[in-house]
Write a protein that binds this ligand. Structure first.
Ligand SMILES: C[S@@+](CC[C@H](N)C(=O)[O-])C[C@H]1O[C@@H](n2cnc3c(N)ncnc32)[C@H](O)[C@@H]1O
Length: 227
């Protein structure tokens, strides 16, 4: 089995205390999450929304405040994460799909909004260049793909800086060093972030007209790409 095929099990294990942990593991997590909603134009309306790599549903929980009547598709490989979504988000028009992205048939010309918060760094460069055109095709004209994530290629010098800063951030909440040890192992096995400049260029090649930065500090970036 390839390491990538164990991602669902990795996040099943992470699901119980996900939000409590993630805010102390990922710098700026809440700021980046809220930027996905704040970055949308005031006059933008969305009837069909895809939460791509939804995890425990934090993005949908945020967007439902703005678009309470929309139909939400929550896509994730982790069954346990989706079980939490079903429980916590009951009452909204929601379709939970358990699937790896590669096995999902993205409907064409269907979504007004696709949101991915910290899910696409699990795809490597080739996979991002595969999925961006599919996301673009899956959006209606004028639709928006909004995404927040860590954006720095593991081969760049900046990545060494990220690891140093990140270790300090995690150790401030978990001083015994065990959480950082777990994170470093997870990052090694499951994370394939890419530079923002590369991703912008792939988004344009995929057919997006414009890419706007919602919020950014260093390699922690949120953008909106408009079809
Ligand atoms: C770090 S969590 C982010 C969860 C959530 N979007 C949030 O706002 O916190 C990444 C999620 O993406 C899912 N994921 C990552 N790559 C995936 C893939 N290729 N196919 C399906 N799900 C994937 C994982 O199962 C996990 O639940």
């Amino acid at each position: 089995m390839r390491v990538k095929d164990t991602l669902a099990a990795e996040f099943d294990q992470f699901s119980d205390s996900y939000t409590e942990d993630i805010v102390r593991i990922v710098p700026h997590y809440l700021r980046l999450l809220s930027s996905l909603s704040e970055g949308l134009p005031d006059n933008f309306s969305a009837a069909n929304i895809l939460d791509l790599g939804c995890g425990n549903g934090n993005v949908t929980a945020l967007l439902r405040k703005k678009y309470p009547d929309a139909e939400y598709t929550l896509l994730d490989a982790s069954a346990d994460m989706l079980a939490i979504c079903r429980e916590r988000l009951s009452g909204i028009n929601m379709n939970c799909v358990r699937s790896y992205f590669r096995d999902y048939t993205f409907p064409e010309d269907y979504f007004d909004l696709i949101a991915a918060n910290f899910s696409l760094h699990h795809l490597d460069s080739v996979e991002k260049q595969w999925i961006f055109p599919l996301l673009c095709k899956s959006l209606k004209q004028g639709g928006i793909f909004t995404c927040a994530d860590m954006m720095v290629n593991k081969n760049s010098a900046e990545h060494t800086r990220l690891v140093g800063e990140w270790r300090k951030f995690i150790n401030a909440s978990y001083p015994d060093g065990e959480k950082w040890a777990w994170m470093a192992e997870h990052h090694d096995a499951y994370d394939w972030p890419d530079d923002y400049t590369d991703q912008k260029s792939w988004l344009h090649s995929a057919g997006f007209r414009r890419v706007d930065t919602n919020w950014r500090t260093g390699y922690w970036v949120s953008f909106s790409a408009v079809k």
